[in-house]
Design a protein around this ligand. Structure first.
Ligand code: COA
Ligand code: AMP
Length: 636
């Protein structure tokens, strides 16, 4: 049966030039593209070759020129500092142009990298857009990462300038960012270190500045003149966003300018059903891809008002804060992670606080970042009485691979499914031999190449790792590293990752990276870290360590040391709070640790004793160890 979704989807796959060429006409170009899709260097596809564009121009200047200058572009709502500050499109453009001038005064030019280590303040958005204005490539590092992680990113990106702030605020505590930044620079390679750091001093905490290197945000702004937008090739990089890979080395996902503007602007109406002038709120952090795409770029491309929220779903001050923000700013569409709703539901199970607010303009809630569990879906649907829409995407893809595209054609919701592939995403399920499986059968979720505009063209300075990570295993397809199935109605179900990535409170983390840290402890002979189910955060990491022969120390001391090491080297965001010492780890005869089986025991699920297990009695030992740390209650 044909419907607008099928028509859009079929056109996007059968004639991508026509589909995306039309979408691109809605954007501002200095020079029109020569080719919509360039496939002359497969599997490296490029979009809008020959075109010249500026992302910041499309986000700000275009709207000012088209008469939206007095409309709010960005509302900073910060319950943790008791501040609400609004920027119109004209004001935001002026601030961004000035900071672009300030960056240029520091010698930052097109192609130079600028790292940002910022809390959720407007200056983070201003700095990102200022980079885009002059063609500098920004790399935002999430504030919950430790100095060591920041140092790894400095080494890879070699930034000319780092922009940071004196501190962030996490519910009741102040997190000093500046000492972390100073330590990260110290830890990084001398030839990767920035020439200058621009620091935004927050009133509640001023940082100590390093003479000759650190500059005050206000001083550089006072000295700067506004900088105009620089025309860039559509294929020039806009940003690098580091995300967890399967080792301690994060992957630098690259986003280009042209395809990103086109796809994100298109997504606002077609996926989210949002128009220019509407208020759109993504409650995430600028350090994550959701923050890049849907706090900053897409809502501004579309001419919406976006909300930058510095707070948490609970505790700032209570579980009614989301309803307060939606009602006070007239939010039409909201996007967050299921974990945020689980946190609200836990504090206010009957949604009593909702009754205090008028949410009549609120039309749809979108959730992503982790599996949307049916309880949370139904609680949100029943409490809000509006469509609650799961959609599936990744840092790499930049926007939704699968969604209920309500702007094109709303489909009935099926719990556990992010509905159908979005136009542009030819999603398939294949077996290990790259052969399609039957409807309903689980396999690897892959996307037939080319990926649509806005998705990653490569990894920063690392085409080889790009090919190895995503394209080599299933020739002709992009490997999502998620497993799942497509049912008879064409609904996609995303079940689990096929690698060691876990999702903790919607944050993507590598258990392999944590294992590397545990293994570095002098008393640890071997270890395993895996993600176990958690009622609030979806998953949390739990560590198992086997000690070297002859180690005769208090186990709880060793456990505390490994927990502290992960916090120090990855950061508090890892939420690594539980570990235990075990005599041995269950393995196959070939020596592979049976992580899946341990996970099932921990989650209290049925499991089969694997035929290949070396010694089945170890599973009972594991179960006892798990019971000792509060998991696996089935047997006893
Ligand atoms: N800067 C510094 N530290 C940060 C930070 C930041 N930007 N963000 C988190 N942290 C710290 C927290 O303070 C906490 O530290 P602690 O161990 O000392 O308490 C730790 O990192 C873990 O943070 P978090 O995962 O946020 O857990 P939480 O218990 O503080 O809050 C939720 C739980 C569910 C309320 C919270 O995770 C949340 O709001 N999630 C929303 C989902 C989201 O934003 N997802 C992003 C993708 S859409
Ligand atoms: P990130 O790169 O941080 O956005 O994390 C991407 C991963 O999060 C995906 O590969 C999935 O494993 C998971 N994920 C994101 N959205 C969903 C969803 N709607 N349903 C299930 N898993 C999801």
């Amino acid at each position: 049966m044909t419907n607008p979704y099928n028509e859009a989807f079929d056109l996007s796959i059968n004639d991508p030039d026509a589909f995306w060429g039309k979408a691109a006409e809605d954007c501002h170009w200095y020079k029109k593209w020569d080719k919509v899709l360039d496939d002359s260097n497969k599997p490296f596809y490029r979009w809008f070759m020959g075109g010249e564009i500026n992302t910041c121009y499309n986000a700000l200047d275009l709207h000012v020129e088209n008469g939206r200058g007095d409309q709010d572009a960005l509302i900073y709502d910060s319950p943790v500092t008791d501040t609400i500050k609004k920027y119109t499109y004209s004001q935001l453009k002026d601030e961004v142009a000035l900071f672009a001038g300030a960056l240029s005064d520091q010698g930052v030019e097109k192609g130079d990298r600028v790292l940002l280590y910022m809390p959720m303040i407007p200056e983070a958005a201003i700095a990102m857009l200022a980079c885009a204005r002059i063609g500098a490539v920004h790399g935002v590092v999430f504030g919950g990462f430790a100095a060591n992680e920041l140092a790894t990113r400095i080494n890879d990106a070699k930034p000319k300038v780092i922009v940071s702030a004196s501190c962030g605020i996490e519910v009741a505590k102040i997190i000093d960012y500046k000492p972390l930044l100073d330590e990260a620079i110290k830890l990084s390679d001398p030839d990767s270190q920035p020439e200058k750091c621009i620091i935004f001093q927050r009133p509640m905490q001023a940082a100590t500045m390093i003479e000759g290197r650190d500059l005050d945000w206000n001083d550089v702004m006072a000295a700067a003149s506004p900088h105009d937008c620089v025309p860039l090739a559509a294929t020039d990089p806009l940003y690098i966003l580091y995300t967890s890979g399967t080792t301690g080395e994060p992957k630098g996902v690259v986003r280009d300018n042209g395809g990103h503007v086109v796809a994100l602007k298109w997504s606002m109406k077609n996926i989210y059903n949002v128009d220019a002038g509407d208020v759109y709120w993504a409650a995430s952090d600028v350090g994550w891809v959701v923050g890049h795409s849907y706090i900053i770029y897409a809502p501004l491309f579309k001419g919406c008002t976006t909300i930058l929220f510095e707070g948490k779903p609970v505790g700032t001050p209570d579980a009614g804060v989301f309803w307060r923000v939606i009602s006070e700013h007239n939010v039409k569409t909201m996007f967050t992670a299921p974990t945020a709703f689980r946190a609200i539901k836990r504090e206010d199970p009957r949604a009593e606080l909702l009754k205090q607010y008028d949410l009549s303009n609120f039309k749809a809630l979108f959730l992503a970042g982790e599996r949307l569990d049916p309880d949370t879906l139904h609680w949100a649907e029943n409490s809000l009485g509006i469509p609650v829409i799961d959609h599936w995407w990744q840092t790499e893809t930049g926007w939704a691979i699968c969604a209920n595209a309500i702007g094109i054609h709303p489909f009935p919701v099926k719990e556990g499914s992010p509905t159908r592939p979005a136009p542009g995403w030819n999603v398939q399920v294949v077996d290990p031999d790259n052969q399609p499986v039957k409807a309903g059968d689980i396999g690897a979720l892959v996307v037939k190449l080319p990926l649509p505009p806005g998705s990653l063209p490569t990894l920063w300075n690392n085409d080889k790792r790009f090919l190895e990570s995503y394209l080599d295993e299933f020739p002709g397809y992009y490997k999502t590293a998620d497993a799942g199935f497509i049912d008879e109605d064409g609904y996609v179900f995303v079940m689990s990752r096929t690698d060691d990535i876990i999702n903790v409170a919607g944050h993507r983390l590598s258990t392999g990276a944590m294992e590397e840290i545990l293994a570095d402890h002098p008393d640890v002979a071997e270890c395993a870290v895996l993600g176990v189910e958690d009622q609030l955060k979806g998953q949390v990491p739990v560590g198992f360590v086997v000690l070297n022969a002859g180690v005769d120390r208090d186990h709880s001391e060793i456990v505390q040391e490994v927990i502290q090491s992960v916090r120090k080297r990855i950061g508090p965001v890892a939420s690594f709070k539980t570990a235990t010492v075990v005599k041995r780890l269950p393995k196959t005869r070939s020596g592979k640790i049976l992580r899946g089986t341990i996970q099932k025991i921990a989650d209290n699920k049925d499991y089969k004793v694997p035929a290949t297990i070396d010694d089945p009695t170890i599973l009972e030992e594991m179960e006892d160890a798990l019971i000792g740390i509060g998991y696996a209650k089935a047997r006893k």
